[in-house]
Design a binder for this molecule. Structure first.
Ligand SMILES: Cc1ncc(COP(=O)(O)O)c(C=O)c1O
Length: 492
């Protein structure tokens, strides 16, 4: 059967195979083992997809057909399909059925991470976010008291409240990037900022360079903007700028999305000389960089004064910075910003008017209060994060001594290299031991990264210890695929 599916202005012509229920049952053979039936069934189907016996794009049988063919309860099949959907192996289209996808498959819409979708009985290590920093509640109270003055206005401020833009501009000035408030646009979080810049600067068919690995929702924003993603590798200990430069030269992307300040997921911090070299490469290749600085405040082993200047300081006319309050103060605040070279501000503003007309006023007042008091609030928050990072590193070293990681100087997660390429198998086994994880492949634009798993250190030390205990039991159960050939590890 030939189908034309139109996804974000990209026309995909695909041959769709239909895998019958009898065929799935035959291929599965026995799917016995430990853990709930739905989870074993999901893992059995996942293995068939991973080794190619059920191909990408194939239509799976309906839940009713598979229930009958396997002689199991409907709940088992529904649970298995839900698990596969959550892990990115299945996409269901109303009226058309359920189709096999590959997590992080390029070109067909990268699946981002949805925070908060983890059942209560699991320890959630899928999301790297802390509860609100101390001081957030007081900032809300103070902001409410200031609202009456704003309520006398019409409330629309498409660039954002001037008082907030001023403090954001001052912060850039202190970091070595002179900025006027008119270069700042307040948006609903860092991700919305990246998506808005993409909307303003790229067109369907352009190439956009992404780091690999990168934050999954950036891959999702890029793949949904109708562009072609090209990637440049980031090693667990950071960037090889020469490789970046040659990718920029050869692929000639319109834009590149970079996370130099505690890269998600590796935690790497780009050195000042690498920023300078990258700035030069961007200028030579006329590439616009979209720099995501969402994690810039979470420095744990570096002093504030030793933080390198923003990448934009090395190439001010070709870099757009995106910042956020989510990781510094609280994800529920939903306030971020874009700092752009002046000529781009009106393009951003007109891209925005087709989307929304500004960020919420009360939250902007809260963000302003918090940014004015940032050194106190963030000092306390960093202490908490540092203790959790150290506890997680100790627990991993003690219980999973063969795993490797580079100590992150900041950010909110450990990027662990497994001795075998078993990230997806580990995720399935970890769920049986009460822990929800995201496989390494979700941080790649193209899949792969099977030897990596991201462990956020945002839960309490006690919960982290329980999680690592569950993960180490799961690790002892994760199987080596027959095709596995040992490879040189990336972390020495
Ligand atoms: C690098 C990076 N960018 C953006 C975001 C999302 O930020 P926000 O919640 O402000 O949209 C995250 C969240 O983890 C992140 O790590």
């Amino acid at each position: 059967m030939v189908c034309n599916s139109i996804a974000n202005a990209v026309i995909v012509v695909c041959m769709v195979a239909h895998v019958t229920a009898a065929r799935v049952a035959g291929l599965l053979g026995s799917w016995s083992g430990s853990g709930p039936a739905y989870s074993r069934l999901a893992e059995g189907i996942r293995l068939l997809i991973s080794d190619g016996r059920i191909p990408p794009e194939a239509r799976l049988p309906s839940e009713r057909e598979l229930t009958a063919a396997l002689g199991v309860s409907r709940t088992t099949v529904t649970g298995a399909y839900t698990t596969l959907r959550n892990r990115g192996f299945l996409a269901s289209r109303r009226g058309a059925g359920s189709f096999v996808t590959l997590p992080a498959a390029g070109g067909h819409g990268h699946r981002g991470l949805t925070p908060g979708g983890v059942p209560d009985h699991l320890i959630d290590l899928t999301c790297a976010a802390m509860p609100a920093a101390s001081g957030v509640a007081a900032a809300y109270e103070a902001a409410v008291e200031e609202m009456p003055a704003l309520l006398a206005t019409i409330g629309y401020e498409p660039l954002g409240l001037e008082s907030l833009r001023e403090i954001i501009a001052e912060r850039y000035g202190r970091r070595g990037l002179p900025t006027s408030p008119d270069q700042v646009l307040v948006v609903a979080g860092g991700l919305a900022g990246v998506a808005l810049v993409l909307r303003a600067v790229v067109e369907t068919g352009d190439r956009v360079m992404l780091e690999s690995p990168t934050y999954a929702n950036i891959s999702s924003a890029v793949s949904r903007s109708g562009v072609r993603a090209v990637s440049a590798p980031v090693a667990p200990d950071g960037w090889d700028i020469e490789v970046f430069e040659s990718t920029l030269r050869q692929a000639a992307p319109r834009a590149a999305v970079v996370i130099p300040d505690f890269h998600n997921p590796t935690g790497a911090l780009m050195a000042a000389e690498d920023r300078q070299a990258l700035g030069r490469a961007l200028a030579r290749t006329h590439t616009m960089a979209i720099v995501d600085e969402t994690l810039v405040d979470i420095f744990l082993d570096v002093e504030d004064r030793d933080m390198p200047p923003p990448l934009a300081a090395f190439h001010p006319s070709g870099v757009v910075c995106v910042g956020s309050t989510s990781k510094s103060f609280w994800g529920g605040l939903r306030i971020g910003w874009i700092r752009a070279p002046e000529p781009l501000v009106s393009a951003l503003l007109s891209a925005r008017t087709g989307l929304d007309l500004g960020a919420a006023a009360l939250e902007q007042l809260v963000a302003e209060r918090l940014l004015r008091d940032a050194s106190r609030v963030l000092g306390l928050q960093r202490e908490l994060v540092r203790a959790r990072r150290d506890a997680l590193m100790s627990a991993v070293r003690a219980r999973l001594p063969e795993w490797r990681f580079v100590r992150p100087a900041g950010g909110l997660a450990l990027w662990c290299e497994l001795p075998k390429p078993l990230s997806n198998g580990l995720v399935a086994a970890a769920e049986r031991h009460g822990v929800a994880l995201v496989p390494g492949s979700r941080f790649s634009a193209y899949g792969g990264l099977e030897r990596f798993v991201r462990l956020p250190y945002t839960l309490s030390e006690e919960r982290l210890d329980q999680a690592v205990s569950g993960i180490s039991q799961a690790w002892s159960e994760a199987d080596v695929p027959a095709a596995y050939r040992p490879d040189r590890p990336l972390i020495a």
